[in-house]
Design a protein around this ligand. Structure first.
Ligand SMILES: Cc1ncc(COP(=O)(O)O)c(C=O)c1O
Length: 394
Protein backbone atom coordinates (compact mmCIF):
# COMPACT_ATOMS: atom_id res chain seq x y z
CA UNK A 1 0.00 0.00 0.00
CA UNK A 2 1.75 3.24 -1.11
CA UNK A 3 2.15 5.86 1.55
CA UNK A 4 0.06 9.02 1.26
CA UNK A 5 1.96 12.36 1.07
CA UNK A 6 0.49 13.46 4.39
CA UNK A 7 1.90 10.32 6.04
CA UNK A 8 5.38 11.15 4.82
CA UNK A 9 5.27 14.93 5.38
CA UNK A 10 2.87 15.00 8.32
CA UNK A 11 0.91 18.17 8.94
CA UNK A 12 0.75 17.52 12.75
CA UNK A 13 4.46 18.26 12.96
CA UNK A 14 3.83 21.71 11.60
CA UNK A 15 0.83 22.21 13.85
CA UNK A 16 2.79 21.23 16.93
CA UNK A 17 5.29 23.98 16.19
CA UNK A 18 2.48 26.34 15.22
CA UNK A 19 1.19 26.64 18.79
CA UNK A 20 -1.23 29.50 18.15
CA UNK A 21 -4.18 28.94 15.79
CA UNK A 22 -3.06 31.06 12.87
CA UNK A 23 -5.06 30.58 9.67
CA UNK A 24 -1.83 30.64 7.70
CA UNK A 25 1.47 29.08 8.77
CA UNK A 26 4.17 31.20 10.33
CA UNK A 27 7.79 31.45 9.25
CA UNK A 28 10.24 29.35 11.27
CA UNK A 29 13.73 30.72 10.70
CA UNK A 30 15.28 28.74 13.58
CA UNK A 31 18.61 27.23 12.59
CA UNK A 32 18.47 24.84 15.54
CA UNK A 33 15.74 23.45 17.83
CA UNK A 34 15.86 22.63 21.53
CA UNK A 35 15.63 18.94 22.50
CA UNK A 36 14.17 17.78 25.84
CA UNK A 37 16.91 15.23 26.58
CA UNK A 38 19.46 12.97 24.83
CA UNK A 39 16.81 10.29 24.16
CA UNK A 40 14.64 12.78 22.30
CA UNK A 41 17.63 14.18 20.40
CA UNK A 42 18.57 10.68 19.27
CA UNK A 43 14.99 9.82 18.28
CA UNK A 44 14.67 13.04 16.28
CA UNK A 45 18.06 12.67 14.59
CA UNK A 46 17.38 9.04 13.68
CA UNK A 47 13.96 9.97 12.29
CA UNK A 48 12.07 7.76 14.78
CA UNK A 49 10.23 10.81 16.11
CA UNK A 50 8.79 13.58 13.87
CA UNK A 51 10.22 17.01 14.53
CA UNK A 52 13.23 19.18 13.87
CA UNK A 53 16.77 19.53 15.18
CA UNK A 54 18.81 21.46 12.61
CA UNK A 55 17.48 23.53 9.70
CA UNK A 56 19.75 21.89 7.12
CA UNK A 57 18.06 18.55 7.92
CA UNK A 58 14.55 19.94 7.59
CA UNK A 59 12.23 22.66 8.85
CA UNK A 60 8.45 23.24 9.11
CA UNK A 61 8.20 25.59 6.12
CA UNK A 62 9.94 23.09 3.82
CA UNK A 63 7.65 20.30 5.04
CA UNK A 64 4.52 22.41 4.52
CA UNK A 65 5.62 23.27 0.95
CA UNK A 66 6.75 19.69 0.22
CA UNK A 67 3.37 18.34 1.28
CA UNK A 68 1.61 20.74 -1.11
CA UNK A 69 3.98 19.79 -3.95
CA UNK A 70 3.48 16.06 -3.30
CA UNK A 71 -0.29 16.48 -3.46
CA UNK A 72 -0.10 18.49 -6.72
CA UNK A 73 1.98 15.74 -8.34
CA UNK A 74 0.13 12.85 -6.66
CA UNK A 75 3.57 11.83 -5.45
CA UNK A 76 4.37 9.60 -2.46
CA UNK A 77 7.07 12.04 -1.39
CA UNK A 78 8.47 15.44 -2.34
CA UNK A 79 11.39 17.52 -1.11
CA UNK A 80 12.12 21.21 -1.54
CA UNK A 81 15.68 22.21 -2.38
CA UNK A 82 17.53 25.53 -2.57
CA UNK A 83 17.02 25.86 -6.37
CA UNK A 84 15.92 23.87 -9.41
CA UNK A 85 19.57 23.06 -10.05
CA UNK A 86 20.00 21.69 -6.54
CA UNK A 87 16.95 19.46 -7.11
CA UNK A 88 18.76 18.11 -10.19
CA UNK A 89 21.97 17.74 -8.17
CA UNK A 90 20.01 15.87 -5.45
CA UNK A 91 18.72 13.34 -8.01
CA UNK A 92 22.17 12.87 -9.49
CA UNK A 93 23.91 12.48 -6.14
CA UNK A 94 21.21 10.22 -4.68
CA UNK A 95 20.82 7.74 -7.51
CA UNK A 96 23.90 7.80 -9.77
CA UNK A 97 27.52 6.96 -8.96
CA UNK A 98 30.98 6.44 -10.42
CA UNK A 99 30.86 4.03 -13.39
CA UNK A 100 27.18 4.70 -14.18
CA UNK A 101 25.78 6.11 -17.41
CA UNK A 102 23.14 8.79 -18.06
CA UNK A 103 20.94 9.34 -21.11
CA UNK A 104 19.98 13.02 -21.29
CA UNK A 105 17.73 14.79 -23.77
CA UNK A 106 19.78 17.19 -25.91
CA UNK A 107 17.01 19.78 -25.46
CA UNK A 108 17.21 20.19 -21.66
CA UNK A 109 18.11 23.43 -19.89
CA UNK A 110 21.75 24.41 -20.54
CA UNK A 111 22.83 24.22 -16.90
CA UNK A 112 21.24 20.77 -16.61
CA UNK A 113 23.54 19.67 -19.44
CA UNK A 114 26.47 21.36 -17.69
CA UNK A 115 25.66 19.42 -14.52
CA UNK A 116 24.69 16.06 -16.02
CA UNK A 117 27.50 15.95 -18.59
CA UNK A 118 30.41 18.23 -17.68
CA UNK A 119 30.26 18.07 -13.87
CA UNK A 120 29.11 14.42 -13.79
CA UNK A 121 32.08 13.36 -15.96
CA UNK A 122 34.40 14.60 -13.17
CA UNK A 123 32.80 11.95 -10.94
CA UNK A 124 33.32 9.16 -13.48
CA UNK A 125 29.75 9.26 -14.77
CA UNK A 126 29.37 8.96 -18.54
CA UNK A 127 26.60 10.85 -20.35
CA UNK A 128 25.01 10.46 -23.78
CA UNK A 129 23.00 13.40 -25.14
CA UNK A 130 20.25 12.29 -27.49
CA UNK A 131 17.08 13.59 -29.09
CA UNK A 132 14.68 11.85 -26.71
CA UNK A 133 11.78 12.59 -29.08
CA UNK A 134 13.44 9.97 -31.31
CA UNK A 135 12.48 6.77 -29.48
CA UNK A 136 14.77 4.53 -31.58
CA UNK A 137 17.77 6.81 -30.96
CA UNK A 138 16.99 6.82 -27.24
CA UNK A 139 16.82 3.02 -27.10
CA UNK A 140 20.15 2.89 -28.98
CA UNK A 141 21.73 5.31 -26.47
CA UNK A 142 20.87 3.15 -23.45
CA UNK A 143 23.60 0.87 -22.03
CA UNK A 144 23.57 -1.89 -19.43
CA UNK A 145 24.92 0.62 -16.85
CA UNK A 146 22.41 3.40 -17.66
CA UNK A 147 20.97 4.50 -14.31
CA UNK A 148 18.92 7.53 -15.29
CA UNK A 149 17.13 9.00 -18.32
CA UNK A 150 16.47 12.75 -18.11
CA UNK A 151 14.09 14.82 -20.25
CA UNK A 152 11.84 17.88 -19.92
CA UNK A 153 8.05 17.67 -20.29
CA UNK A 154 8.19 20.79 -22.49
CA UNK A 155 11.62 21.80 -23.79
CA UNK A 156 13.04 25.30 -24.14
CA UNK A 157 12.60 27.18 -26.47
CA UNK A 158 11.16 24.84 -29.12
CA UNK A 159 8.56 23.48 -26.71
CA UNK A 160 9.01 19.86 -27.82
CA UNK A 161 6.87 17.53 -25.68
CA UNK A 162 8.49 14.44 -24.13
CA UNK A 163 6.81 11.09 -24.77
CA UNK A 164 6.89 10.24 -21.06
CA UNK A 165 5.18 6.86 -21.46
CA UNK A 166 7.66 5.69 -24.12
CA UNK A 167 10.65 6.96 -22.09
CA UNK A 168 9.30 5.23 -18.96
CA UNK A 169 9.15 1.92 -20.85
CA UNK A 170 12.75 2.34 -22.03
CA UNK A 171 13.85 3.16 -18.47
CA UNK A 172 11.96 0.20 -17.03
CA UNK A 173 13.50 -2.22 -19.54
CA UNK A 174 17.00 -1.21 -18.46
CA UNK A 175 16.33 -0.73 -14.73
CA UNK A 176 17.05 3.00 -14.96
CA UNK A 177 15.05 5.81 -13.38
CA UNK A 178 13.17 8.28 -15.58
CA UNK A 179 13.57 11.85 -14.29
CA UNK A 180 11.28 14.43 -15.89
CA UNK A 181 11.90 18.17 -15.45
CA UNK A 182 8.35 19.55 -15.46
CA UNK A 183 9.27 23.24 -15.01
CA UNK A 184 7.69 24.50 -18.26
CA UNK A 185 4.49 22.53 -17.62
CA UNK A 186 3.87 22.59 -13.83
CA UNK A 187 1.54 19.93 -12.35
CA UNK A 188 -1.43 21.95 -13.62
CA UNK A 189 -0.51 21.07 -17.21
CA UNK A 190 1.12 17.65 -16.69
CA UNK A 191 1.72 15.15 -13.89
CA UNK A 192 4.64 13.04 -15.21
CA UNK A 193 4.50 10.46 -12.38
CA UNK A 194 1.06 9.41 -13.62
CA UNK A 195 2.56 8.68 -17.05
CA UNK A 196 5.30 6.42 -15.65
CA UNK A 197 8.14 8.77 -14.62
CA UNK A 198 10.00 7.72 -11.46
CA UNK A 199 11.05 11.23 -10.44
CA UNK A 200 9.70 14.67 -11.28
CA UNK A 201 11.54 17.96 -10.84
CA UNK A 202 10.30 21.55 -10.77
CA UNK A 203 12.21 24.80 -10.64
CA UNK A 204 9.88 26.40 -8.07
CA UNK A 205 11.62 29.69 -8.97
CA UNK A 206 9.37 29.81 -12.08
CA UNK A 207 5.59 29.32 -12.39
CA UNK A 208 5.22 27.25 -9.18
CA UNK A 209 6.06 30.31 -7.05
CA UNK A 210 4.99 32.65 -9.83
CA UNK A 211 6.09 35.98 -8.37
CA UNK A 212 9.74 36.19 -9.38
CA UNK A 213 10.99 36.55 -5.80
CA UNK A 214 12.11 33.07 -4.80
CA UNK A 215 14.87 30.59 -5.72
CA UNK A 216 13.77 27.00 -4.96
CA UNK A 217 13.45 23.56 -6.51
CA UNK A 218 11.42 20.41 -5.95
CA UNK A 219 12.03 16.71 -6.45
CA UNK A 220 9.17 14.22 -6.05
CA UNK A 221 8.82 10.49 -6.55
CA UNK A 222 6.69 7.41 -6.38
CA UNK A 223 8.65 4.92 -4.36
CA UNK A 224 10.54 4.73 -1.11
CA UNK A 225 13.63 6.80 -1.95
CA UNK A 226 12.94 9.69 0.41
CA UNK A 227 15.50 8.78 3.08
CA UNK A 228 18.31 8.62 0.49
CA UNK A 229 17.33 12.00 -1.02
CA UNK A 230 17.04 13.64 2.40
CA UNK A 231 20.48 12.35 3.36
CA UNK A 232 22.04 13.74 0.16
CA UNK A 233 20.34 17.12 0.71
CA UNK A 234 21.65 17.31 4.28
CA UNK A 235 25.21 16.13 3.55
CA UNK A 236 25.67 18.28 0.42
CA UNK A 237 23.82 21.23 1.98
CA UNK A 238 21.09 21.57 -0.66
CA UNK A 239 18.32 22.56 1.76
CA UNK A 240 15.87 25.44 1.21
CA UNK A 241 15.41 28.62 3.24
CA UNK A 242 12.30 28.91 5.47
CA UNK A 243 11.38 32.36 4.17
CA UNK A 244 11.58 31.25 0.51
CA UNK A 245 9.44 28.19 1.33
CA UNK A 246 6.86 30.39 3.05
CA UNK A 247 6.70 32.74 0.04
CA UNK A 248 6.48 29.82 -2.40
CA UNK A 249 3.68 28.17 -0.39
CA UNK A 250 1.77 31.43 -0.75
CA UNK A 251 2.53 31.56 -4.49
CA UNK A 252 1.50 27.94 -4.92
CA UNK A 253 -1.96 28.69 -3.54
CA UNK A 254 -2.79 30.56 -6.75
CA UNK A 255 -0.93 28.27 -9.18
CA UNK A 256 -4.10 26.69 -10.68
CA UNK A 257 -5.71 30.11 -11.22
CA UNK A 258 -2.53 31.70 -12.62
CA UNK A 259 -1.77 28.79 -14.94
CA UNK A 260 -5.35 28.54 -16.19
CA UNK A 261 -5.40 32.23 -17.13
CA UNK A 262 -1.88 32.17 -18.59
CA UNK A 263 -2.50 29.03 -20.68
CA UNK A 264 -5.76 30.39 -22.12
CA UNK A 265 -3.97 33.66 -23.00
CA UNK A 266 -0.96 31.81 -24.44
CA UNK A 267 -3.19 29.92 -26.90
CA UNK A 268 -4.92 33.16 -27.91
CA UNK A 269 -1.57 34.91 -28.40
CA UNK A 270 -0.17 31.96 -30.39
CA UNK A 271 -3.21 32.13 -32.71
CA UNK A 272 -2.85 35.92 -33.08
CA UNK A 273 0.86 35.65 -33.93
CA UNK A 274 0.22 32.78 -36.38
CA UNK A 275 -1.80 35.09 -38.58
CA UNK A 276 0.58 38.07 -38.44
CA UNK A 277 2.59 39.04 -41.53
CA UNK A 278 5.59 40.19 -39.43
CA UNK A 279 5.96 36.71 -37.90
CA UNK A 280 7.85 33.92 -39.66
CA UNK A 281 7.02 31.06 -37.31
CA UNK A 282 5.02 30.37 -34.13
CA UNK A 283 5.78 27.42 -31.85
CA UNK A 284 3.15 26.37 -29.30
CA UNK A 285 2.18 22.78 -28.37
CA UNK A 286 -1.50 23.81 -28.36
CA UNK A 287 -1.43 24.61 -32.10
CA UNK A 288 -2.32 21.61 -34.30
CA UNK A 289 0.73 22.32 -36.54
CA UNK A 290 3.14 21.66 -33.62
CA UNK A 291 5.01 18.35 -34.17
CA UNK A 292 3.97 17.07 -30.71
CA UNK A 293 0.40 18.38 -30.66
CA UNK A 294 -1.15 14.90 -30.32
CA UNK A 295 1.34 13.94 -27.59
CA UNK A 296 0.40 17.12 -25.73
CA UNK A 297 -3.33 16.35 -26.09
CA UNK A 298 -2.73 12.82 -24.75
CA UNK A 299 -0.45 13.71 -21.81
CA UNK A 300 -1.55 17.18 -20.78
CA UNK A 301 -4.55 18.07 -18.65
CA UNK A 302 -6.34 20.20 -21.25
CA UNK A 303 -3.88 23.13 -21.19
CA UNK A 304 -0.68 23.55 -23.20
CA UNK A 305 1.54 25.77 -21.06
CA UNK A 306 2.20 29.48 -20.76
CA UNK A 307 5.26 29.78 -23.05
CA UNK A 308 5.02 30.74 -26.73
CA UNK A 309 8.09 30.93 -28.97
CA UNK A 310 8.08 32.84 -32.25
CA UNK A 311 10.41 34.11 -34.96
CA UNK A 312 10.10 37.65 -36.19
CA UNK A 313 10.35 38.43 -39.90
CA UNK A 314 13.45 40.48 -39.05
CA UNK A 315 17.23 40.22 -38.69
CA UNK A 316 19.18 40.52 -35.40
CA UNK A 317 19.01 44.35 -35.42
CA UNK A 318 15.29 44.34 -36.18
CA UNK A 319 14.75 41.85 -33.34
CA UNK A 320 16.69 44.04 -30.89
CA UNK A 321 14.56 47.02 -32.01
CA UNK A 322 11.39 44.99 -31.41
CA UNK A 323 12.55 44.10 -27.89
CA UNK A 324 13.36 47.77 -27.13
CA UNK A 325 10.06 48.95 -28.61
CA UNK A 326 7.92 46.40 -26.78
CA UNK A 327 8.18 48.37 -23.54
CA UNK A 328 4.96 46.97 -22.07
CA UNK A 329 6.51 43.49 -21.96
CA UNK A 330 9.80 43.48 -20.00
CA UNK A 331 12.82 41.67 -21.46
CA UNK A 332 13.74 39.24 -18.63
CA UNK A 333 15.82 36.13 -19.27
CA UNK A 334 13.64 33.91 -17.07
CA UNK A 335 9.98 32.90 -17.06
CA UNK A 336 6.94 32.13 -14.97
CA UNK A 337 6.11 35.50 -13.44
CA UNK A 338 2.60 36.89 -12.89
CA UNK A 339 3.40 39.48 -15.53
CA UNK A 340 4.25 38.61 -19.12
CA UNK A 341 7.95 38.75 -19.96
CA UNK A 342 9.95 38.05 -23.08
CA UNK A 343 13.36 36.55 -23.60
CA UNK A 344 15.83 36.26 -26.46
CA UNK A 345 17.31 32.72 -26.36
CA UNK A 346 20.24 33.48 -28.74
CA UNK A 347 21.72 36.10 -26.38
CA UNK A 348 20.63 34.60 -23.04
CA UNK A 349 19.69 30.94 -22.31
CA UNK A 350 21.49 29.51 -25.38
CA UNK A 351 24.37 32.00 -25.67
CA UNK A 352 27.00 29.32 -24.97
CA UNK A 353 26.06 27.53 -28.23
CA UNK A 354 27.59 28.46 -31.58
CA UNK A 355 25.34 29.98 -34.26
CA UNK A 356 25.32 26.59 -36.04
CA UNK A 357 24.38 24.72 -32.84
CA UNK A 358 21.61 27.24 -32.17
CA UNK A 359 20.35 26.83 -35.75
CA UNK A 360 20.33 23.04 -35.33
CA UNK A 361 18.02 23.52 -32.31
CA UNK A 362 15.80 25.85 -34.35
CA UNK A 363 16.95 29.02 -32.58
CA UNK A 364 17.74 32.08 -34.68
CA UNK A 365 18.74 35.68 -33.93
CA UNK A 366 15.06 36.49 -34.55
CA UNK A 367 13.66 33.98 -32.00
CA UNK A 368 11.66 35.37 -29.08
CA UNK A 369 10.34 33.36 -26.14
CA UNK A 370 7.26 34.80 -24.48
CA UNK A 371 6.34 33.79 -20.91
CA UNK A 372 2.66 34.67 -20.63
CA UNK A 373 1.40 36.02 -17.31
CA UNK A 374 -2.00 36.68 -15.82
CA UNK A 375 -2.90 39.93 -17.59
CA UNK A 376 -5.97 39.85 -19.86
CA UNK A 377 -4.92 38.30 -23.19
CA UNK A 378 -6.03 41.32 -25.21
CA UNK A 379 -3.61 43.63 -23.36
CA UNK A 380 -0.69 41.34 -24.27
CA UNK A 381 -1.91 41.03 -27.87
CA UNK A 382 -2.20 44.85 -28.06
CA UNK A 383 1.36 45.31 -26.75
CA UNK A 384 2.75 42.81 -29.28
CA UNK A 385 0.68 44.24 -32.13
CA UNK A 386 1.92 47.76 -31.39
CA UNK A 387 5.57 46.71 -31.34
CA UNK A 388 5.10 44.63 -34.51
CA UNK A 389 3.51 47.55 -36.34
CA UNK A 390 6.49 49.75 -35.44
CA UNK A 391 8.77 47.00 -36.73
CA UNK A 392 6.99 47.15 -40.08
CA UNK A 393 7.48 50.94 -40.20
CA UNK A 394 11.25 50.59 -39.65
C1 LIG B 1 13.69 23.84 -17.40
C2 LIG B 1 14.52 24.32 -16.26
N1 LIG B 1 14.92 23.44 -15.33
C3 LIG B 1 15.68 23.81 -14.28
C4 LIG B 1 16.07 25.13 -14.13
C5 LIG B 1 16.93 25.51 -12.96
O1 LIG B 1 16.13 26.11 -11.99
P1 LIG B 1 16.72 27.20 -10.95
O2 LIG B 1 17.00 28.44 -11.74
O3 LIG B 1 15.61 27.34 -9.95
O4 LIG B 1 17.95 26.62 -10.39
C6 LIG B 1 15.67 26.08 -15.07
C7 LIG B 1 16.10 27.48 -14.93
O5 LIG B 1 15.89 28.31 -15.78
C8 LIG B 1 14.88 25.67 -16.16
O6 LIG B 1 14.49 26.53 -17.10
Amino acid sequence: MPKRPEDICPEPTLQSVNADSLLNPGIYPAAVYRCADPDEALALLEGRQPGYVYQRDGHPNADALSAKCARLHQAEWAVVTSSGMSAMASALLAFVQHGDHLVVSDGVYGHSINLLRTEASRMGIDTTLVDTNDVEATIAAVRSNTKMIVAETISNPLLRVANIKALAEIARDTDAKLLIDNTFATPIVCQPLLHGADLVLESISKMMNGHGDVMLGMLAGRSDELARVRRVMSVWGLTSSPFDCWLAARGLATLPLRMQQACISALEIARFLSGHDKIDEVVYPGLPNHPDYQLAVDQFRGQFGCVVTFRLAADADGTADFIRTCQAIPFCPSLGDVSTTLSHPASTSHRSLSEEEQAALGIGPNSIRLSVGTEPANSIVDALDKALSQLSEG
